[in-house]
Structures are given as C-alpha cells and as structure tokens.
Write a protein that binds this ligand. Structure first.
Ligand SMILES: [Zn+2]
Length: 307
C-alpha cells in the first residue's frame, strides 16, 4: 500500500482507496502510472478539483501470476484477489466483484471510506455501486472517463442519465415511473426536485429525436463489433466518433448549460428526466458533472470531511 496524497487524519478526510487488479509483478510500475493518471483525472474534475484538500488517496497493489482479470465471454479465465470480472449480469462491459468478503479482505490493508478497483485490461468496462465499490478498466481510450463516471455512482449515488445503452435491468417502455431516489433523475419533469434555472421551460425541450436515432445506430454497431470480438481499437474509434457528434449536437441546443428537466434518463426514454442536457453521467463528452451532480457530490464530501 502506498500513499498517493494525504491531507490529514482519516477521521477528518474522505479516504479513497484504489486497488490494482490483474497486474503481474513485472507490471507494478505500470500500476503506479495508471493510479497517477486516473486519480489525476478525478481531481481535475469539479467538484473534486476544488475539494482535493478534503481527500486522502491511497493505493494498493495485489500481485497476480497472470495479467488481466476474468472475462467469461472471451474465455479468459482468471481468479484474482478481489474476484473482479467482466460480464456482470451478462452485460459485456459491466465489471464488478460480487465477492464482498474477498474484496473487503484485500481492502482491509488500508483505511478507506470509498473503493475503486483499477482493472488491468484493454476492453472497455467498469461499474459502480453506491457505498460499495467502483471499477474501471485502465487501457481503453475512455478509461479516465469511466473511472470518474463510476466513482459518481459509488460516491454520490448518482443515477446513469443515459437511456439508449442496453443494460441488464432495463425496464424500457415501462409506463409507471416512481420517483427515483437518486439525486439526478426525476419522474416529475414539470417540478424537478433540484429546482431549475429561471426562464427555462419545464420539461425542457431538446433535440431528443435526432440524438436517439444516432445513439441507437451506434449501439447496433457496437453490438456487432463485440459479437465479432473486434480489436478494441475499433470500439475506441466508434466511441470517439460518437463523442464528437454528440458534443456538437448537445452543446448547440438552446438550453445547453442550463438546469431544467430534459426527458430521457436512468435507462428510460420517456417519463424520466435529467437535470442538464449533458453530464458525465449521460455521455462520454468532455463536459464534467452537471450542476445537480456536483451538488450531490459536495454533500457527500461535507459528510465525510471536516474543514
Ligand atoms: Zn448529472
């Protein structure tokens, strides 16, 4: 275990522990670099950037005999220290460990409030559960984005704001929408719980149809690439093109940058709303967290730290 940075006693700071998984002894220098890169991205993102002094970050290395983690779909079988693996709930990109006992046993080497597991793999993937764990694969082109996005789930109970990617527990097309408990999704588009900026119509109009059409086409292409076990570079290229297209469309909309209630959130195309047109919890665009997500993160930082 080593200290990435420390700002004070554990009782007064948010303690984040980063665990490296799927690294051989020869790859430990790589783990150090991966930790530096991921942690740097998190603390370059608001509100973590402004609140860095409220955190301690430590990292833990677990030496494995073989590089990589368990990937059932490609037949790469591994048994690593925390049991982290791809294909959780049969979703190719969903990475978690379901073995809480092993994960806690490994993590007990350091004081921590929050955990993120760095997975030494090229294939795009990650996962995050509030108060439990977050994971991110380190060598896809979007690894840093995934690290921050998944930490949002784990740290502040943020909902996914996207609604076009396939997920194992989707209820897409459901007609009944109870109010989500997460801070950044609502079923009430006329009176969102986060309050809206003055002058912004509720629900807030945006070019949903065009976005949805494009996004579903990308999803179909993505499924094709995965089914063919295409090189990860092709997936990265597809995601880069998608990011460029989505950034352009979303940033040009009238209410970009405003807090309102934009339909489409939490895996539902209809009946659930997100606070801003774009956010790390919605796309892979370089837009940071929306204001409502930032506020939710700050509340947790306040809860775990003492100024
Ligand atoms: Zn958000």
């Amino acid at each position: 275990m080593w200290s990435v940075f420390e700002n004070g006693p554990t009782a007064e700071k948010v303690d984040l522990l980063v665990i490296g998984e799927g690294y051989t002894e020869a790859e430990l220098p790589k783990l150090h670099k991966d930790v530096e890169r991921m942690v740097a991205k998190l603390f370059d993102t608001e509100p973590f950037k402004s609140r860095k002094k409220d955190f301690n970050v430590r990292a833990l290395q677990v030496v494995e005999a073989q590089s990589g983690v368990h990937r059932p779909r490609t037949g790469d079988n591994r048994r690593t220290a925390t049991g982290v693996q791809y294909n959780i709930f049969d979703s190719e990109r969903y990475v978690l460990t379901l073995d809480d006992h092993r994960m806690r046993d490994v993590a007990s080497s350091a004081p921590y409030d929050f955990l993120e597991i760095l997975v030494n793999e090229k294939q795009y993937g990650g996962g995050g559960i509030f108060n439990d764990q977050a994971t991110a694969c380190v060598d896809s082109a979007f690894a840093e984005h995934v690290f921050v996005h998944e930490f949002g789930h784990h740290f502040a109970a943020l909902a996914d704001e996207y609604f076009t990617s396939p997920v194992a527990y989707a209820t897409s097309g459901g007609t009944e929408h109870p109010e989500p408990w997460e801070p950044n999704a609502t079923a009430n588009g006329a009176h969102p719980k986060w309050g809206a900026d003055p002058g912004v119509p509720l629900p807030t109009p945006w070019n949903k149809k065009e976005f949805e059409k494009h996004s579903r086409a990308v999803q179909a292409e993505r499924a094709k690439l995965r089914a063919a076990n295409a090189p990860e570079g092709e997936m990265d290229k597809l995601f880069r093109e998608q990011r460029e297209w989505e950034t352009k469309l979303l940033s040009s909309q009238q209410y970009a940058g405003k807090v309102g209630a934009f339909e489409g959130a939490a895996y539902e195309s209809h009946g659930l709303y997100r606070p801003e047109i774009d956010c790390i919890m919605f796309t892979r665009d370089e837009v940071g967290f929306c204001r409502v997500c930032r506020r939710a993160i700050e509340r947790i930082i306040d809860q775990y730290s003492r100024p």
